[in-house]
Design a protein around this ligand. Structure first.
Ligand SMILES: [Fe+2]
Length: 241
């Protein structure tokens, strides 16, 4: 997919503001659940997968994909809708006695929903562009920040392996720091630097790999590089810029 220009991004933002996110989803390969318009809070939904459950075999197995998508991601989406409704209800009643719990609930489930929505789209079957190395501006930026792709990959893999318990590892662009960074994330939302734009993320919760790889997270990470959709990651980088 061709890189998106700044004008494209502004245009996309306008579409988002008017609730025409269906077109945006088609345009970027990203799925933004909900069709939000003012005075009509969105009901978040599972995004459609663009490949079958078995398409990422042998690197990610069919059962893991199905369970991950239908059970885990689905639960975060439902939890997000529940959190949004509970917070709206608290506002209506002027009862903020549980606001600390509700705020965390919102961040956890929104993080879970968005992270997974990105995760599905930054992967592709090998037969459809998965694997390999980044191209174009992204390749240049990775070389500039990390030295070369091999050094970047080693850093990212080590960071992903190091996540304590449940979490994610992400390559982000930060528009104020003006650089690529590799960040680790606890749960779905902790340790994130505000304003970071996620480009490439890997789920290292055990539900993402345990059925096939058991406790061998490093083997899962090494296999996952074979299904990274660098075309999608490159578009995300162009949009972030
Ligand atoms: Fe997950």
């Amino acid at each position: 997919m061709a890189d998106l220009t700044r004008r494209d991004f502004i245009s996309i933002s306008s579409l988002a503001a008017t609730g025409m996110l269906g077109g945006l989803a088609m345009r970027t390969g990203e799925v933004f659940a909900g069709q939000g318009v003012p005075n009509s809070p969105p009901e978040y939904q599972l995004p459609a997968l663009s490949y079958s459950y078995e398409a990422l075999e042998p690197y990610i197995d069919k059962t893991t994909m199905m369970t991950h998508y239908e059970k885990h991601h689905s639960a975060y989406t439902k939890g997000l809708n529940t959190a949004v409704r509970a917070i709206a209800d608290a506002r209506d009643k002027g009862d903020y006695s549980n606001i600390q719990q509700l705020s965390r609930m919102l961040a956890f489930h929104l993080g879970g929903h968005l992270n997974h929505s990105i995760f599905w789209h930054i992967m592709a079957p090998k037969s459809n562009g998965g694997g390999g190395e980044p191209q174009g501006n992204l390749a240049d930026a990775i070389k500039n920040e990390f030295g070369d792709f091999t050094r970047f990959k080693a850093h990212f893999s080590a960071a992903a392996k190091s996540v304590e318990g449940n979490g994610w590892c992400a390559l982000v662009w930060h528009p104020a720091a003006l650089r690529l960074m590799i960040l680790t994330v606890m749960n779905h939302q902790d340790l994130i630097v505000l304003g970071s734009q996620p480009l490439l993320i890997i789920d290292v919760w055990e539900h993402a790999y345990y059925l096939k790889y058991r406790n061998r997270r490093d083997e899962y990470i090494e296999a996952w590089w074979n299904v990274v959709n660098w075309g999608n990651v490159g578009v995300r980088f162009s949009m972030a810029l």
